[in-house]
Design a protein. Sequence first.
Length: 113
Amino acid sequence: MDDCIFCMIANKEIDSNIVYEDDKIMVFHDAGPCAPVHVLMIPKKHIASTDDLTEEDQELMGYMMCKIKDIAKTMELDNGYRVVINCGEDGQQTVKHLHIHIIGKRKLTWPPG
Ligand code: AMP
Ligand code: ZN
């Protein structure tokens, strides 16, 4: 999708620090990390948010969920980590291309603000 920064990252039109990539997804370091490890997993397909998921995305989303543990292993998140998807205004979603935050390597507080 034009004007979508994460589509541009997926298409390698702008640089990112890639951790993992295959034909369906990309994982790259967050530009403003909130913990020693903070990576983002995106589908290469443009999906704006969890509100925009359809039945046809079930397999892709299942695939992404099952990849999280592999990324956690790659990032050596042996002591646990947090998985976050922000949606919409109240969820403070700033980039309108669905992404999964994978955050760790420090003791995280709960609940989030
Ligand atoms: P969210 O608030 O859930 O929409 O998260 C968007 C995240 O994308 C934030 O944590 C940003 O730091 C991150 N971000 C924005 N632009 C880039 C970029 N070009 N490369 C890497 N991370 C980015
Ligand atoms: Zn996009």
